[in-house]
Design a protein around this ligand. Sequence first.
Ligand code: ADP
Length: 425
Amino acid sequence: MTTDTKTKILYIEDNPLNAKLVQRVLGAEGYEVLVAENGLSGIDQATSTKPDLILMDINLPDLSGREVTTRLRAMDQFKTVPIVALTAQTDEQQRAMTIAAGVDGYITKPFEVEELSQRVKFHLQGGKEHFKIDKDEAQRQYNQELVSHLERKLREVQEANEALKRLDKIKDDFIQRVAHELRTPLTIIYGYGRLLQTAEPLVKIGVTNPEFGAYLDGLVESIERMHTLVNEILTIYRIATREIELNIGPTNMQDLTEECVTSFSQALAQRKIGLIFNKHDFPTVMQVDGDLVKLVFSNLIGNAIKYTPDGGSVSIKADNDGNVLRVKISDTGIGISKEEHQRIFERFYSTSNTELHSTSKTAFQGGGLGLGLSITKGIIDAHEGKIWVESAGKDEQKLPGSTFVLELPMRKTYQQVTPKAGEPN
Ligand code: ADP
C-alpha cells in the first residue's frame, strides 16, 4: 500500500507525548497520522492535506479546539468530515460547548487503546455519537466564551502594538539624539577646516605644495558632506513627527529658484548637463517658508542631476493660475519604475548603489541616504501642497527621464506647527 491510499487522520494536539501515543496506536492500524501542534497550523494542515478524519484536542495554545472546529465547519470541504474531540476535559459544561461547536464524537483521555481504534473506525464509517445536551444553553455559553477569548486576544494585540510603538519611538529618539550629538562637533571641525583653508601660512605652503591644498579641500568637502547628512537626518525626523516649524513669509520665488540653480552651476558644468530655466516663470512674491522650499528645489534639482548621465539635460518649468503654483522638474535620466513612484517618497528608501555612497551628491547615481524625497514631501505636505512623479519607467540605456511635479497653494493661511518642548532643534 502506498502512503497516498492510506486513510489520513489529522491529530491537532500540542502535547508531543499524546501525539506520539496516538500516532503509534493508529499507525499500527494502518492509518497515516499527521500532527498539528496548535490551532492555526491545524487549520492550515487540514486545508492542505484534506484528512479523512480529524482528532481534536480542546486545550490548545492559540485557538481552542472548539474554535478550530467552528472554523473548519464553516468551510465547505469540512462540512461532513468527522471531527472527534480527544480531550482530558470531563466537565459537563465544557463537553456541551464542544458539542455545540460541531464535533461528531467526544473521547475523554485517558482512553483505552482498543476504544480509540473502534471509535475512529465508527466515525470513518459515518457514525455520529448521540449527545443529550441542552443545545441552546450550550450554544449561548460557547458564544460567550468566544467573545471573551476574542476580547482577551485583542487586548494582547493592542498591548503588543503599544510596546512596538514605544520601541519604535525609542529608536527614533536614539537616531535623532546621535545625529544631534554629532552635529555640534562636526560644525566645529568644519569651521576650523574652513579657517585652515584660508589661513595665510597654510595658503603659502599650498603654493609650493599644491597637493597639500588638495588634501585640505578633500577634508573640508568630506566634513561638509557629513554635516549635510546629519542635518538631513535631523530634518526628516522633525518632519516625520510634525515638529517642523513653518516660518511662513513673503518670498521672492524668482530669487529663490535662481539662487538654488546657481548653487548647482559647477556640478552642471562638470557633468556637461544642460539646463532649461527661466526665473520669470515664477511669481515674485509668495507666502511660503523660503528656507524649506529652497531645500525642496535643491533636493529635486540635485536628484535630476544625480540620476542623469553626463551630457543630458534638466528643465525647470513653472506656471500658475493665481491659486496654485505648479512646478515641473524634468530630466533626461534613467527614469523611475512605476512600482517605485510611491515608495521613493518613503523614509530611507533608496535605489542607489551603496558602493557609490562615498561619491558626491551630484555624481551620476552618487551618494545619498534615501531621505531627500521624504524630506521634500514632508515640506510640501506641511505647505498643504502636492508632489508626485511621472516617468515611463527605469531604463539606464534608453533614458526615459523623470518629471517631478509639485503644486503649492498661493493664497494659503497656514496653521503653525510648533516643535515639542525639550526636543533638539
Ligand atoms: P537618494 O537619492 O539619497 O537615494 P531620495 O529620497 O532623494 O534619496 O530619492 C529616493 C530614490 O528615488 C532614489 O534612490 C532614486 O532611486 C529615485 N529617484 C529620485 N529622483 C530621481 C530622478 N530624478 N531620476 C531617477 N530616480 C530618481
